[in-house]
Design a protein around this ligand. Structure first.
Ligand code: HEM
Length: 168
């Protein structure tokens, strides 16, 4: 599929921002109540915390562009299951086209998971105390954030695989 320039550059920005944020997530030491903090791991957490809202801004720009109806791969390509009738009308004929449809749908799911991570991260950005404490009613944010990270890693693996298959 041919992407318009804006989608292309937003995708490049998103790929760099999310991958960097995931890498910080791997090497950092997030604070936990009762556990002493300090060292490089804590500095990486500080970078992760500050960089999170930046990733969220890129994600929002991506969403706005897709929703504007001007993107070459709009909501229909990202969420074919939500637009089943339109998708059926243009049933892909070749294996490669089918792979292209699958790749669009996988990107849509990835965008949702990354947005969930950004949203839970943003809540923690505002309410987490210096020692990693969270109010009792928001403690699930940390678990959801961690669980979503597992799915985002799986997604990144699939995304890479399908992109490679589409280019061979
Ligand atoms: C789109 C933005 C974000 C992405 C993609 C992201 C990604 C990640 C990843 C990959 C991990 C490691 C998960 C694990 O190994 O269990 C993580 C952990 C964490 N992130 Fe984020 N993050 C984002 C934004 C934020 C923000 C803004 C905060 C603000 C405080 C934050 C706070 C945390 C915390 C506290 C953990 C540790 C969770 C735990 O203890 O298991 N994240 N994040």
């Amino acid at each position: 599929m041919k992407y318009d320039r804006m989608t292309f550059w937003l995708h490049v920005a998103l790929a760099f921002a999310v991958s960097a944020q995931m890498m910080f997530g791997l090497v950092m030491d997030a604070p936990r109540p009762g556990v002493p903090i300090g060292g490089t791991g804590s500095s990486f957490f500080e970078i992760h915390r500050i960089f999170g809202p930046v990733v969220l801004v890129v994600l929002c720009a991506h969403w706005l562009w897709q929703l504007s109806g001007r993107a070459s791969n709009g909501m229909r390509s990202l969420y074919p299951w939500a637009f089943r009738r339109a998708a059926a009308a243009s049933t892909p004929s070749s294996g490669k086209k089918r792979l292209g449809t699958l790749s669009g749908a996988i990107q849509g799911i990835g965008l949702l998971i990354a947005t969930l991570m950004g949203a839970t991260g943003l809540v923690m950005f505002f309410v987490m105390t210096g020692d990693g404490g969270l109010p009792a009613n928001l403690s699930a944010m940390r678990e959801i954030h961690s669980m979503a990270a597992v799915f985002l890693w799986i997604y990144l693996g699939f995304h890479l695989l399908i992109s490679l298959l589409l280019h061979i």
